[in-house]
Design a protein around this ligand. Structure first.
Ligand code: IMP
Length: 183
């Protein structure tokens, strides 16, 4: 079975490739570069569904897309679905500045996969609770990994990619999607 992962983010593709390589080696996962202007919404599922419909219209093969975001409690869920834009504009340093007075550092990553099988779109959600570190640490991963510490741990995702690979929102959503593909 072949599925396209339509994304412009090579890090997301590499994480999915490594996941399926272990969990479902028979599945052929192909990177389909996909750049499109995503709709504005606070909801990752709404965005992912719209993106899956647009990607299927373009490539006409079974495919999935993934939309994710970081939701920080003390910032009223900012940057949320605007995480990619915020990363470009202010980066991790900007987020830490915005939170310099925050005692509540809790946050979560949320990821939604929308799979278009040619007939319908199915969605899957993965969440990873955690907190925003006081400073940037670690060099692995991408995006907010150097400032995100998963719940119950001491290290950021960027300090321990092993931790990320077993606890992250992407790992959880890929697990759900993989179980669905088995049925
Ligand atoms: P989008 O899903 O393409 O809208 O992008 C979401 C943005 O959130 C990415 O560009 C990253 O900045 C950030 N992000 C998503 N997933 C992760 C992750 O696993 N680690 C760190 N940052 C992430």
């Amino acid at each position: 079975m072949e599925i396209l992962f339509a994304t412009s983010n090579k890090h997301k593709f590499e994480e999915a490739k490594s996941f399926f390589g272990n969990a479902r080696p028979a599945l052929k996962l192909t990177h389909q570069p996909f750049d499109y202007s995503e709709i504005r919404s606070d909801n990752v599922e709404e965005i992912a569904k719209d993106a899956a419909a647009a990607a299927y219209k373009q490539f006409k093969k079974p495919l999935f897309v993934e939309d994710s975001g970081l939701f920080i409690n003390s910032l009223n869920d900012f940057p949320g679905t605007f995480s990619a834009w915020t990363m470009k504009k202010i980066g991790n340093i900007g987020i830490l500045r915005l939170m310099s007075d925050s005692t509540d550092r809790t946050a979560k990553f949320v990821s939604c996969i929308a799979y278009h099988d040619g007939k319908k779109i199915s969605t899957f959600i993965g969440t990873c609770e955690g907190s925003i570190a006081i400073k940037i640490s670690g060099v692995d991963g991408f995006g907010y990994d150097p400032i995100f510490i998963p719940q119950g741990e001491q290290k950021t995702f960027a300090q321990s990619i092993q931790l990320k690979n077993k606890l992250s929102h992407r790992y959880k959503v890929l697990l759900k999607f993989c179980e669905y593909l088995h049925d």
